[in-house]
Design a protein around this ligand. Structure first.
Ligand SMILES: Cc1cc2nc3c(=O)[nH]c(=O)nc-3n(C[C@H](O)[C@H](O)[C@H](O)COP(=O)(O)OP(=O)(O)OC[C@H]3O[C@@H](n4cnc5c(N)ncnc54)[C@H](O)[C@@H]3O)c2cc1C
Length: 468
């Protein structure tokens, strides 16, 4: 992508100003910038930023933004760089604002069940700190090395959304810095709020295009008594998916209901070298349940087994030991790294009403066959969010052909009442599909909101949508 002429150049005066704000050692200008040139999106183009700047606190973020705004320099905020939408990539040059130094857990408030953290705290660090206080942060958006700020900026979802929802359901308040350098606080340690526009919710999922998130207040809960996993093989994906509404209709709310197809299981087995139980069947549900004690777990597991068996499940495997549970979770978690290892052209993040997953899958498969591109499926059956990997079979599929198939699959999802992205965001890779989900007046309103926050369009330009 060309650098837009409307943006300024990094001058000696700007460098001097930035050095005054963060110190010379927190500005990278050499080869190390390569480490900040891409995220984890498949086939994402790289772009080396002019500078990587690492602020240590909100005042420093404000100082950097003020200078960048005056000089019209793009600012691309970066958490852990695990995003899957090409969101933290500096396609217009400018400053990658790496939040890595802002990694402190500021408070775990046991009375109010609130964790207040800086944005670069990783999920792994958050889980540990919260657990040490006897509390629980129940969301698990797939990658523990992701940063909390990145989770908020993408409204990350993951495998526990059926019971707990997504990141936006756990954010109580934020501190953000606007491009002008103003520091704004939103929300607070309260659960109810009818006080003016809800800026917290507007900023969640804004993918670094409106402001820099510098502090996050997260709602916590109590630890569940026990967790169990049910691994259920079926003769077909259709049977597997058809079980899901019935499980929920019984009033059982599992933490998550994931599905994997045989191809996905094979891929993971080859990648990890570990055999997955009952692996010869066509489709699988992996159902995570929580209960206060083993009696409750037993009752829930029985109810779920009954529903699945009535839908043609071949068997219900309940691991019983922590190690076996861990192995099953690993099988699901390793899907994306395994797919990347064997070569993928792209990945979908379409979400459809969960009653339409089987129809969506059939439509997507048909399109895949038409294009001659193998698809491997895995996803969140309990919330309708389907990740289909467009596999690179080594036959030299041109990228345009893969793109055409991706477009077709997204159109199939949208036509079934779904939308483009359930959890990864649009970033640079999926922004062109926003028009499938919103009409022009909706997108125009988004542009007006963007201008109100960021009139010079310095915040992550070219992401989510283009300004003209
Ligand atoms: C193996 C694997 C599995 C994954 N599984 C899931 C999953 O199950 N569910 C899911 O939702 N995601 C999943 N992801 C995607 C990824 O982990 C999430 O998108 C995560 O939220 C990104 O966090 P990050 O810190 O790495 O963000 P980055 O990649 O650094 O940035 C992502 C976006 O957020 C913006 N941003 C980051 N920090 C800030 C900030 N402080 N202020 C403002 N904007 C900011 C960036 O500009 C960019 O647009 C997975 C990724 C991988 C590699």
């Amino acid at each position: 992508m060309e650098k837009q002429s409307r943006y300024g150049e990094v001058t000696e005066a700007l460098m001097a100003g930035l050095t005054g704000v963060v110190g010379e050692s927190n500005i990278l200008t050499g080869d190390e910038r390569e480490n900040y040139s891409r995220d984890e999106a498949p086939g994402s183009d790289r772009a080396i930023p002019d500078l990587v700047v690492k602020p240590g606190n909100s005042q420093e973020v404000a100082g950097v933004l003020r200078l960048a705004n005056e000089a019209r320099i793009p600012v691309i905020v970066r958490g852990a760089g695990t995003g899957l939408a090409g969101g933290a990539v500096a396609f217009y040059g400018g400053i990658v604002l790496s939040m890595e130094r802002m990694n402190r857990i500021l408070e775990i408030d046991r009375l109010n069940f609130v964790a207040t953290v800086e944005p670069a705290v990783t999920l792994e660090e958050l889980y540990q700190a919260v657990e040490e206080c006897g509390l629980y942060y129940p969301l698990y958006p797939g990658e523990k090395s992701a940063a909390v700020g990145g989770n908020v900026a993408t409204n990350a979802g993951g495998m526990r959304a059926v019971k707990y929802g997504v990141t936006r359901h756990f954010v109580l308040g934020l501190e953000v810095v606007l491009p002008t350098g103003e520091i704004i606080e939103t929300g607070g340690k309260f659960v109810k709020c009818s006080t003016g526009y809800d800026l917290t919710q507007l900023l969640i999922g804004s993918e670094g295009t409106l402001a820099v998130i510098t502090r996050v207040m997260l709602r916590l809960t109590t630890r569940p008594g026990q967790t169990e996993i049910l691994f259920v093989p079926f003769h077909s994906l259709h049977e597997a998916i058809e079980s899901v509404p019935d499980i929920l209709a019984r009033g059982i709310i599992p933490v998550g209901i994931e599905f994997m197809q045989k191809d996905a299981i094979r891929l993971v087995e080859e990648f990890t070298g570990k055999e997955i139980p009952l692996h010869d069947h066509e489709a699988f549900l992996l159902i995570i349940v929580e209960g206060t004690d083993s009696d409750e777990i037993h009752r829930i597991s029985n109810d779920i087994s009954e529903v699945c068996l009535s839908h043609g499940a071949v068997d219900v495997y309940i691991p019983g030991s922590e190690r076996a549970r861990r192995n099953l979770m690993e099988a699901r978690e390793k899907f994306y790294p395994a797919a990347v290892h064997f070569g993928i052209l792209d990945i979908t993040d379409v979400v459809v009403p969960r009653s339409r997953i089987a129809d969506f899958m059939a439509g997507a498969r048909k399109a895949g066959e038409e294009f001659g591109i193998p698809l491997v499926a895995c996803g969140h059956a309990g919330d309708g969010n389907v990740h289909l990997c467009l596999m690179d079979d080594g036959s030299g599929t041109p990228p345009e052909k893969a793109k055409e198939l991706l477009t077709r699959i997204i159109e199939v999802g949208v036509s079934m009442g779904g939308t483009v992205s359930g959890e990864h965001g649009l970033g640079s890779i999926k922004k062109e599909y926003l028009a499938l989900a919103y009409d022009e007046s909706g997108i125009d309103l988004m542009r007006r909101i963007k201008r109100a926050f960021d009139p010079n369009n310095i915040m992550n330009p070219g992401k989510v949508f283009d300004m003209e």
